[in-house]
Write a protein that binds this ligand. Structure first.
Ligand code: E4P
Length: 232
């Protein structure tokens, strides 16, 4: 199975560049990426993104924290385009499972990207809340788990196994930390991986031999020591 590459991004100039790349099949954003990119008005900024990425999937996240406002935002965001996955956090900031809203939106046939997932248990709860028709992405945050010394691989593996009977569900490796995560995601059979732009560029250059790497590494050390005019 092929693992699709999405780009994890919110800067408009980079979105323009990466939307032209054939290997990039879609885009994911989140409120932190939007803030970093300088977005002030969520709606108009999202629409600018959608104008560039009209032909690829775009995940746009709700940022409300309670059921009613979250649902309102989700329904609204969904009207902005046919290529949108509405991103819903698996829990709100108080840790409450968002199953009810996931179920309701899924039954309205709204494409969902359930985000901030870490465990197979959460995947299981999500699967219990959805039908077997409407598209759902489940985003498992591998990098942030690794950041605190936890192995995300068994959770992703189990999540993939649990969702096997759901043809409408895709497991996404989120929170990428290094290019090798793409190989890992492929080996596990993830349907999608979402990757920051700089790491996508490194993946495009995969294939250097160990021989090239070893001489290249020593060359950069030599160049830097010359630049610093080191002497012993
Ligand atoms: C996924 O959709 C998220 O936007 C993203 O992968 C989060 O990654 P981070 O942990 O690098 O912020």
């Amino acid at each position: 199975m092929k693992t699709k590459i999405f780009c994890d991004i919110a800067e408009l100039d980079k979105i323009k560049k990466f939307s032209k790349k054939k290997i990039v099949k879609g885009f994911t954003t989140n409120p932190s990426l939007m803030r970093k990119a300088g977005a002030k008005d969520y709606k108009s900024y999202s629409k600018k993104i959608l104008k560039i990425c009209y032909n690829k999937f775009v995940s746009l996240e709700v940022f409300a924290d309670d059921y009613f406002s979250m649902k309102k935002q989700a329904l609204l965001i969904n009207t902005w385009g046919k290529n949108i996955y509405v991103k819903i956090p698996v829990v709100n900031s108080k840790g409450v499972f968002m199953g009810k809203i996931i179920k309701e939106l899924n039954n309205k046939n709204i494409k969902l990207n359930i985000t901030a997932v870490y465990t197979a248990k959460q995947t299981q709860r999500i699967l219990k809340s959805i039908n077997k028709k409407s598209k759902v992405i489940i985003s498992i945050f591998a990098g942030r788990a690794g950041d605190v010394g936890k192995d995300p691989v068994p959770e992703i593996k189990k999540s993939i196994a649990l969702s096997k009977k759901f043809k409408n569900v895709e497991i996404l490796w989120a929170s990428v930390r290094e290019p090798y995560n793409y190989i890992q995601a492929k080996q596990l059979g993830c349907h999608i991986i979402t990757i920051p732009p700089a790491i996508i560029e490194k993946i495009e250059n995969f294939g250097k031999s160990f021989q090239t790497l070893t001489t290249g590494t020593v060359r950069t050390f030599l160049i830097d020591s010359k630049k610093s005019k080191f002497k012993i």
